[in-house]
Design a protein around this ligand. Sequence first.
Ligand SMILES: [Zn+2]
Length: 304
Amino acid sequence: MHVGIFADIEGSFGIWRMRQCRMGTREWQYGRACLTEDVNSVIQGAYDGGADTITVKDTHEIGFNCLIDRLDPRARYRGGHFITPSFYGDIHDLDLILYVAIHAASGTEGAFFPHTHYGVFSEVRLNNKPVCEMDIYGAYLGEFGIPIGFVSGEDIAVQQALQALPWAESVIVDKRKEAYTSGEKSHHYLAEGRERLRQAAAESVRNASRMKPLVLPGPLHFEAVFRDAQLAKRYNTWSFKQSGSTVEWDAGNMIEGFEMLNKLTFFPRKIYPFRRPLAFCMRSYFRIKNTWFAPRPDPGEAVR
Ligand SMILES: [Zn+2]
């Protein structure tokens, strides 16, 4: 069985501040170490549950958040985003996906760093219902026939994800500062939390046959609400239907609808023809930058 471990970062154990997720900051060096340990626990769990091959897909911002030299060397590693054959690259032979360190949807009150797909949206709706990333990514991957069978992240993020993926195993992660700055107690919480990651990942892989690809029957109506009307105007280079800060479009299925979301978010009309070489350059640049030219960790950060 080939298991994909897809990683965001916001929902990692050890992370309690936004800057720990912001690529390029000193605090992010600490956040990367946290994420890498979470991913390693999930890798171990996936092997325990019966995976033969594991590919880690690093997806936060432009990718390359994990510390590659600390990652379990048994897993393959792929960072960044792709255009073809899918947004996640070549995924055709994945049997199951475990999604690590997720966050809540845009507009979720009191949540840690809530957003859906990109920070410019205050809400994304699908057929009139607000959605989180697991609704969108889950249904996108579902159309490739791949189920998501595990999520980890803060309580509300996991609750939202499980509404879309009720079969998934899950681990809830504390986002309060005191969980990670209380010395011995924090060490204990981190160790216990990562053990839960391992166990839930193993359970998911063991029960892979119960996990379902999420397929939303079309047609799908998308509404992306930008933080303000000006932002919507700036991003809407494709002349999608727009009223105020809301941009909307229809699609026959999620693969098509997600392509349009990416056009709106990352590929303005002028850039669209060059998106393949551009994505390649971005992956290469950030692989080198984040591997060899990262800032030193902030010594003031919490214990690992
Ligand atoms: Zn992220």
